[in-house]
Design a protein around this ligand. Structure first.
Ligand SMILES: [Zn+2]
Length: 245
């Protein structure tokens, strides 16, 4: 294949644009924010679980308190009934003694229940504090997650804009190459990632492998408009003044 040496040299500009496009793609997949987001999502999940756990405990304590309050009300109602019966004075001595006995038992029971309720309320207060703390922790984790997501989105937007510019550059650039040369470049690039490299010293600019002496002497004897490729990676070897031929 033949191509004007100046045209061949412009393949290096195209290769540079393609390298930048590859870097953009690589960067998009390896943004540090991606790992940060995964970790932040796990933290949010853990904090959410912790909040659900304390909220469940709080709900249990509330139910228990209500049960206790209902029982206290029932005991009080029974006491009121007993007192009313005693006050009415229509009871015999035996029944009066039974009522007094029952009233004393009920009052003891009420005392125990009220102590339990107080204890429950103290525990509830502590658990409520834990719940508020867990809620704050969850909010912090969610804020960290959305901060990381924001940074990822802005990094992706930058990459998208760089890519769009380079793709536009590329569209203009490729028009200057003859179809066969561009076809070769694109085939090699599709297969090996890099379509052309500068020959510098004895090294291929695409794969960085040193070219053996026999091949070097073939390259040296090639005409300027001959298209030379690397035996190792297939890239078009572009020769310039820097090549040291
Ligand atoms: Zn090579």
């Amino acid at each position: 294949m033949k191509a004007d040496a100046n045209v061949q040299r412009r393949l290096l500009d195209l290769a540079e644009v393609d390298a930048e496009l590859s870097r953009v793609n690589h960067r998009r997949r390896t943004l540090p924010e991606l790992a940060e987001i995964t970790a932040a999502e796990q933290t949010v999940q853990a904090k959410r679980d912790a909040l659900v756990a304390v909220e469940t405990t709080l709900g249990d304590l509330d139910r228990e308190s209500r049960r206790q309050e209902t029982e206290i009300e029932q005991v009080r109602a029974r006491e009121d009934r007993d007192r009313k019966l005693m006050a009415d004075g229509n009871v015999g001595a035996k029944q009066l003694s039974d009522l007094e006995h029952e009233l004393a038992t009920l009052q003891r029971r009420q005392g125990v229940l009220e102590d339990d309720l107080l204890e429950l309320m103290e525990r509830r207060e502590a658990v409520e504090g834990d719940t508020n703390h867990a809620r704050v922790e969850l909010e912090k984790a969610q804020a960290a997650l959305s901060d990381a997501q924001g940074r990822r989105d802005s990094a992706l937007a930058d990459l998208d804009s760089t890519e769009a510019k380079r793709v536009a550059d590329r569209e203009l650039m490729v028009k200057q190459f003859p179809a066969d040369l561009l076809g070769l470049y694109e085939r090699v690039r599709a297969q090996r990632g890099i379509g052309a490299g500068l020959l510098r010293g004895r090294r291929c600019g695409a794969c960085r492998i040193e070219i053996d002496r026999t091949t070097m002497s073939t390259i040296k004897s090639a005409a300027a408009d001959d298209v030379v490729t690397c035996d190792e990676c297939g890239a078009i070897l572009v020769r310039t003044a820097e090549s040291g031929l």
